[in-house]
Write a protein that binds this ligand. Structure first.
Ligand code: SAH
Length: 511
C-alpha cells in the first residue's frame, strides 16, 4: 500500500524569514514538495532539502498566477503520491489567502492536512512601523478588511460607508489600488477627514517604506510617495500614537541597497551583518569556490600529517575543505599529530577553532606576507617541515618567502579553486541593472577582476542608483585602482566588522 501523503498549509509570514513559526521551519526542512506564492519569501526555500521539488505558483512579470483550481489539483496530486507537501502562503493562510478553499478541496479528496498559522501582514506592518493596533485610550477593536477579494479584480468587495462610524483601528489589505474610493466611502459614512492614516509597503523587509497622513491627504500622499502593492493601510487614532523611535526604518543602513560580491558560500555572514543594520542586500557572487585537489597528493599528505611542525591555513575555505576531507579519512582528531597551527586572519582562525583546536599564530595584519614575516621572525622555521593548505591563488608569495628566506621545508596542499562566474542571466543581476545600488563591496581582488570583466552585462539603466565601490583592504583597493574603478572607501582593518562599520560611516556621511 502506498504511504499516505499529507498537505501542510503553512503561513510564510509577512516576508522577514525570522517571522515564521518553528513548526513551519521544521516542515519546510522535511518537505518533498513546496508549493509557494508570490508573497512567500523564496529565502524560506533555502531550508528545504536539496532534492525537494519547488513549485512557484505566484504571479510574475507579464504572467498571471496559476489558477486556483490548478493549484488545488497539484496539492491533491502530489499528496496522493504519498508526498509531504508544503503549501506556503504569505502571512497567515486563513487571512485573505484562500486557505479555506484549499482545505475544502483536500477534504473532498480525503487528503490529510495540517494548518500552521503565520504572522499576518497587518500585525507585522503595524509592529514594524511602531503603530500599536489597540490602545486603552484610543482603540478597542481591530478590523481586518480587504479592498478587493481577488487581486485580479479591481472592485471593492465591501461597503466602506458602513465603517465610517468605526472608532477602532481598520487594517486594509489589498487596498492601494482602490484607496480614493475607500477614503471617500469612509467619509460618506461619517469618518472625519482628520483621521490619521498610515500605509506600509513591503513590511518587515529591508525595502519597507511607509507614509503617514490623514484621510484628507492620504490619496495625494500616496501618489507623491510612489508606494504600491503589497501594502497595508492602517486607519485610526492609534496611527497618531506611532512610536517615536523608528526602530526598524531608523537603522543605520535602512533604505540602502548594497551589493555583496563574495562567492555564494561565503556571502552569508557579510550579508547578514549588513541586513541586521537595515540594508537591502543583493548577492552577486562574482567568483565561485569549489573543492579541487590532487587525490594522490592528498592521500600522501594525510598519511604523513603528523610529521609537520607547522600547518598554515590561508583561508576559511581551506579550513572547511581540509576538515571535510580529514574526517573522511580519520575518525579521531588526534591523528592530526602534535602540529602547531597558523592562520592568515581572524576569520580563518575562527573556522579552525570550531574544531576545538587552538591557533598558535595569527599575524597582526591579515595577509600572507605578514604571516610569513611573523613566522620567520618569532618562530624560526629553518629546516622545519611546514604544510601550507590553500587554494589555487595567491599562495606563491607565502611559499616563496618560507622557502627562500626562512629555508623551511614546505609542502603545499591546494584544496580548492576560485574561478569567475558569469552572472548575465542571474535574476539578481537583472535587479542590479534595473535598480542599481548605493555601494558595491569587494572582499578580494578576484571579485574586482570578475566584476570588471562583466561590466557590459551589468550596465546600469538610466534611473538606477550609481554605487560607490568599497574595499576590504589595501590589496583589494590596489586592484580597484589598477582597473580604473574609483575607490569610494576602504576598511581601516581587513575584517568584516570593520568593513561594515566603514560602510555605515561612508553611506551616512554622503546622505
Ligand atoms: N494571507 C496574507 C494576505 C494575502 S492578501 C496575510 O495574512 O498577510 C495580499 C495582501 O496582503 C497584499 O495586497 C497586502 O495588502 C498584504 N501584504 C502581504 N504581505 C505584505 C507585506 N510584507 N507588507 C505589506 N502588505 C502585505
Amino acid at each position: 500500500m502506498a504511504k499516505n501523503g499529507k498537505v501542510f498549509l503553512i503561513g510564510a509570514g509577512p516576508g522577514d524569514p525570522g517571522l515564521v513559526t518553528v513548526r513551519a521551519r521544521e516542515l519546510i526542512e522535511q518537505a518533498d514538495v513546496i508549493v509557494y506564492d508570490y508573497l512567500a519569501n523564496p529565502k524560506l526555500l533555502d531550508w528545504s532539502r536539496g532534492d525537494a521539488e519547488r513549485i512557484y505558483v505566484g504571479k510574475s512579470s507579464g504572467r498571471h498566477s496559476i489558477p486556483q483550481d490548478e493549484i488545488e489539483e497539484l496539492l491533491v496530486d502530489r499528496a496522493s503520491k504519498g508526498m509531504k507537501v508544503v503549501r506556503l502562503k504569505g502571512g497567515d493562510p486563513f487571512v485573505f489567502g484562500r486557505g479555506g478553499e484549499e482545505v475544502s478541496e483536500l477534504e473532498t479528496d480525503q487528503i490529510d492536512y495540517e494548518i500552521v498559522p503565520g504572522v499576518t501582514a497587518a500585525l507585522a506592518a503595524a509592529a514594524y512601523a511602531g503603530i500599536p493596533l489597540s490602545h486603552r485610550d484610543y482603540s478597542s477593536s481591530i478590523t481586518f478588511l480587504t479592498g478587493h477579494e481577488n487581486p485580479e479584480k479591481q472592485t471593492l468587495s465591501i461597503d466602506f460607508r458602513s465603517y465610517g462610524k468605526n472608532t477602532g483601528t481598520l487594517c486594509i489589505y489589498m487596498g492601494i489600488g482602490q484607496l480614493a474610493r475607500i477614503v471617500s466611502e469612509l467619509q460618506e459614512g461619517g469618518m472625519s477627514g482628520d483621521m490619521p492614516v498610515a500605509i506600509i509597503e513591503w513590511a518587515t523587509l529591508n525595502r519597507q517604506r511607509s507614509i503617514q497622513g490623514t484621510l484628507n491627504t492620504i490619496t495625494d500622499d500616496l501618489e507623491r510617495s510612489g508606494l504600491g502593492a503589497p501594502a497595508i493601510v492602517v486607519i485610526g487614532e492609534v496611527v497618531a500614537h506611532r512610536s517615536k523611535t523608528e526602530w526598524f526604518e531608523g537603522r543605520p543602513l535602512f533604505g540602502k541597497r548594497i551589493v555583496v560580491t563574495r562567492a555564494r558560500e561565503q556571502a552569508g555572514q557579510l550579508s547578514r551583518m549588513l541586513e541586521d543594520n537595515g540594508a537591502e542586500v543583493i548577492e552577486l557572487p562574482f567568483i565561485k569556490v569549489e573543492p579541487s585537489f590532487d587525490q594522490k597528493l592528498l592521500t600522501e599528505v594525510l598519511a604523513g600529517i603528523a610529521v609537520y611542525e607547522w600547518v598554515i591555513f590561508t583561508s576559511a575555505n581551506g579550513v572547511k575543505t581540509f576538515f571535510d576531507l580529514f574526517y573522511r579519512a580519520y575518525d579521531d582528531i588526534r591523528c592530526l599529530g602534535p602540529m602547531r597551527i597558523a592562520a592568515v586572519g581572524a576569520a580563518t582562525a575562527r573556522e579552525i577553532e570550531k574544531h576545538k583546536l587552538k591557533v598558535d599564530l595569527v599575524p597582526k595584519k591579515a595577509n600572507a606576507k605578514a604571516l610569513a614575516k611573523e613566522l620567520i621572525e618569532n618562530e624560526g622555521v629553518e629546516s622545519v617541515q611546514v604544510l601550507v593548505i590553500t587554494g589555487n591563488q595567491n599562495r606563491e608569495e607565502l611559499v616563496q618567502s618560507l622557502e627562500t628566506e626562512a629555508r623551511a621545508i614546505v609542502d603545499t596542499l591546494p584544496l580548492y579553486q576560485t574561478s569567475k562566474t558569469n552572472l548575465t542571466n542571474e535574476p539578481a543581476a537583472a535587479r542590479y541593472r534595473a535598480e542599481g545600488a548605493d555601494a558595491v563591496l569587494f572582499t578580494s581582488s578576484s571579485t574586482v577582476k570578475s566584476f570588471v570583466e562583466q561590466r557590459t552585462a551589468l550596465t546600469l539603466e538610466k534611473s538606477a542608483r550609481k554605487p560607490v565601490y568599497g574595499s576590504i583592504g589595501p590589496m583589494t583597493s590596489k586592484t580597484l585602482q589598477e582597473l580604473d574603478l574609483p575607490l569610494g572607501f576602504e576598511a581601516p582593518q581587513s575584517s568584516l566588522d570593520h568593513f561594515v562599520v566603514e560602510t555605515i560611516a561612508h553611506l551616512n556621511q554622503q546622505a
